[in-house]
Design a protein around this ligand. Structure first.
Ligand SMILES: [Zn+2]
Length: 292
């Protein structure tokens, strides 16, 4: 039990930086974390998590040393990646297409430039932004772990990156709307990753997230393996806006974990616009680049 005074000492050193937000997310991993935890310490750390962020983060540093979100190698802070995993992530930086948010190979120095694809095949939504390429390294792994609910604490760090990547869109937004799951799938999975991400982004951007603004009224097959046309067909009529007054005249940012062909987000944007939304932008953690 000599660990407890050390934990208290750490509290003094812990400043309330935004980074602490990540810690609270990682705390929920108490049950799955590995470490030298006795049942009493484990209980104490859980109690600390429920009753104070800084105290809890200090306690967790002692009981469960911070580990990489992907490979669990030891790192300096909770909610971080080790250098190898960090290098593996294809972060999307400017210059990118103003519309699709897909990166350009060269900087032509022209602000607001659109890609040939955005001009040939414009999306229903206004603009999309993503943190990273879905295809690269640990990104697919992070998305998969968040989606299937066994690593819900990932929503905090991923949402934090999203808030940064979508800062421009968020600054203009009136409302954040997570892409909903159909109730059957929600029942089976118990967790909507888009909703979890939207809550984190809303908290960091000071905006409101409304998980009821959009409803999934038709169960759809997973989009994986379907052609572009079949994907659009699959999600046609999948969404509805229960109350037009909740979205009418408002600038909306749709939040999801991944953008692949864009069919799902186009379908969601279409019903929001039909219900009178002033504009619909899209913010995701990862997007497919190239084949989209
Ligand atoms: Zn790693």
């Amino acid at each position: 039990m000599r660990l407890l005074p050390q934990a208290r000492d750490l509290v003094v050193k812990t400043s309330s930086t935004p980074e602490n937000l990540t810690y609270a997310g990682v705390m929920t991993d108490v049950s799955s974390a590995t470490g030298p935890a006795t049942p009493l310490l484990r209980e104490w750390a859980t109690h600390a998590w429920k009753h104070g962020g800084a105290l809890a983060s200090a306690a967790l540093d002692v009981v469960f040393p911070p580990s990489c979100l992907v490979c669990r190698t030891a790192v300096a802070a909770h909610g971080a990646l080790c250098p190898a995993c960090w290098r593996g992530i294809g972060f999307i930086e400017k210059p990118y297409c103003e519309r699709l948010g897909t990166p350009f190979a060269y900087d032509l120095g022209v602000p607001g430039l659109q890609s040939p694809e955005a001009i040939a095949n414009p999306p229903v939504y206004h603009r999309a932004r993503a943190v990273a390429r879905f295809e690269d390294g640990p990104v697919r792994d992070l998305v998969h772990r968040l989606k299937y609910g066994d690593r819900m604490e990932l929503a905090k760090p991923l949402g934090r990156w999203m808030a940064r990547a979508g800062a421009e869109l968020l600054a203009e937004a009136d409302l954040l709307v997570p892409v909903p799951l159909h109730r059957h799938r929600l029942m089976w999975r118990q967790f909507n990753q888009a909703h979890a991400l939207a809550q984190v982004v809303a908290h960091l951007s000071g905006k409101t997230a409304d998980p009821f603004a959009l409803k999934r009224i038709k169960p759809t097959r997973p989009q994986v393996g379907l052609s572009r046309a079949r994907r659009a067909e699959n999600v046609q009529g999948a969404f509805a806006v229960p109350e037009a007054a909740a979205v009418a005249g408002r600038k909306i940012v749709l939040i999801d974990d991944v953008l692949t062909s864009g069919a799902t987000l186009n379908a969601a944007a279409r019903v929001l616009l039909r219900a009178g939304a002033a504009r619909v932008d899209v913010l995701v953690f990862a997007r497919v680049v190239g084949a989209a």
